[in-house]
Design a protein around this ligand. Structure first.
Ligand code: 3SK
Length: 515
């Protein structure tokens, strides 16, 4: 069969397309804020996004300028993102869990001229104020003063102007975690959002107008951006946004109160939800389909969830580089323990170390070809060349494919690990541990916990005569890096396995590791 193709015109603006699809339903609720119950209809979203775009123009922010969004999931997030795109300005959706040092890097690397930041995140940005010459304005979300997002929206003219962008123009960026701990600005084009909506959102998820979506993965993740913005907007569905951390209590609160029909989570969260003694009964919820991505879903978690809630979890894998899921289980055809089959419209191949394509059951690197592959990594020619190899994008993930065409995850090609669906570089955690004055050296690997989910474990060599407790080292990391990166277990060892040239052999630690 011929793969589905989504035709996108040359003159095209992604935000205009998503808003125009809902022009005939101005009173339909597009977004609900779970904390306050405040709603934004599609008509209000379009008006606010246009006002915001005009406010950018009125302030001289020219098309192609980059702006950074470091905002919690509130009703202002889609307005800022879509409004920027309408103006031809390129928004960079930043991970709000990162540290001052990470933002310092990303702001300098991207040369974003404006930063939109949620009020509760201000302490992280305060040390950077006045230090980054390319950053001209800081605008606060979640308040109403002169330098607020709310003020910008109110001050923008309402006329519906759209920048003259084309489908191949840079539309927005996401930062992908790098193996060295240095994030990579991943540049996506105007055509990419709608490609993912049609190929995965509509064809696999079967999203439709009467769906209510809740994605525990936030809008700044590629996974959350598709789940909670592109897919629901592509069909006029309603999305619930939660600014708070998605703890089991918060998530079940949303599921009970707003009755989403589509719920998008990650394996760590499903495990926590199933372990929650206060979890609701099946009859209290209305989910018709659930999704999981970010890391492989252990079969047991999927099976228990389906037994408990009578609904399948479609486990899939996507990437920041491909923007959303390209390999997924399908409704009615789920095989837990596998990542399913290729999403039609994407081509997949598994390539062995010898560069040849693998046969059934042979392990190799998964490579993807499809219409939502990023253009490049900003300012990083070498990594761009090694990841985006012509038609094919290298995932860095090892996979096998069985005779039925189902793919099974087999680990990473490099030393990176994924924690709760987010990449963690072992080098970054090791470097942080090394700043503790009792530590001589450290090595970090991923180890499965009792649910089969990977968390960082550190092997630490102390300096002669020095002492440190595991708790002390854990809080050292917690106070310096994003909270999910800290090692859940610490093993004190006399030395680390190394090659003759002094490189740490993490594979040797992995071979003997346990939690
Ligand atoms: O991690 C994933 O599997 C994923 C899924 C969708 C979009 C982005 C990512 C990284």
């Amino acid at each position: 069969t011929t793969p589905p193709r989504v035709e996108i015109p040359r003159d095209y603006n992604a935000a205009h397309d998503l808003l125009a699809r809902n022009a005939a339903r101005p009173d339909k609720v597009a977004y609900v804020d779970a904390a306050t119950g405040a709603q934004l209809t599609y008509g209000e979203l379009a008006e606010q996004a246009h006002r915001f775009a005009n406010a950018l123009r009125q302030r001289g922010i020219a098309p192609e300028t980059r702006v950074m969004i470091a905002m919690l999931d509130t009703l202002e997030w889609p307005v800022v993102f879509l409004g920027s795109i309408l103006a031809g300005v390129v928004p960079i959706a930043a991970n709000t869990l990162l540290t001052t040092r990470d933002f310092d890097f990303m702001l300098r690397d991207s040369r974003a001229q404006v930063l939109f930041v949620s009020k509760p995140l201000l302490p992280t940005f305060e040390p950077l104020i006045g230090k980054i010459s390319t950053l001209e304005h800081m605008v606060i979300a979640g308040e109403t003063g002169e330098h607020s997002v709310a003020h910008m929206i109110a001050s923008g003219k309402p006329d519906a102007q759209v920048a003259g962008t084309c489908s191949d123009d840079a539309c927005f960026w996401l930062y992908s975690s790098g193996s060295t701990g240095t994030p990579k600005g991943t540049v996506h084009l105007h055509s990419h959002l709608v490609q993912t909506a049609e190929l995965y959102g509509r064809a696999i998820l079967g999203i439709r107008e009467n769906d209510v979506v809740y994605s525990a993965a936030k809008l700044f993740f590629a996974y959350g951006l598709g789940n909670a913005l592109t897919f629901p907007m592509s069909v006029g569905a309603t999305t619930v946004l939660l600014a708070a951390r998605p703890t089991p209590a918060e998530v079940f609160g949303v599921l009970r109160k707003f009755q989403p029909t589509i719920f998008c989570g990650v394996p760590t969260l499903y495990a926590a939800l199933l372990a929650d003694a206060e979890r609701p009964k099946r009859s209290e919820l209305k989910m018709r389909v659930c999704t999981s991505a970010g890391e492989a879903l252990p079969a047991d978690i999927g099976e228990r969830w389906t037994r408990e809630y009578g609904v399948e979890i479609l486990d899939g894998i996507g990437s920041t580089e491909m923007l959303h899921i390209f390999l997924s289980n399908r409704p009615g055809k789920v095989r837990y323990g596998t990542t399913g089959q290729p999403v039609p419209g994407y081509e997949l191949r598994i390539v062995g170390d010898d560069g040849r394509e693998c046969g059934p059951g042979e392990i190799g690197e998964l490579q993807i070809s499809g219409p939502s592959a990023a253009l490049m990594y900003w300012n990083n020619r070498a990594k761009t060349k090694s990841t985006f190899a012509g038609e094919w994008t290298r995932s860095g993930d090892k996979y096998t494919c069985d005779a039925d065409g189902y793919y099974t995850y087999g680990g990473r090609s490099d030393d990176m690990l994924k924690v709760g669906g987010i990449y963690v570089s072992p080098f970054e955690v090791e470097a942080c541990l090394a700043t503790h004055d009792a530590i001589l050296e450290a090595a970090v690997i991923g180890v499965a916990d009792q649910d089969g989910l990977v968390k960082p474990k550190a092997y630490v060599v102390l300096k002669q005569g020095r002492q440190a407790s595991a708790e002390d080292l854990q809080s050292h990391v917690k106070s310096r890096l994003a909270p999910y990166k800290y090692p859940r277990w610490i093993a004190f060892v006399p030395e680390l396995p190394k090659t003759a040239t002094g490189k740490i052999q993490r594979f040797k630690l992995r071979a003997q590791a346990h939690a």
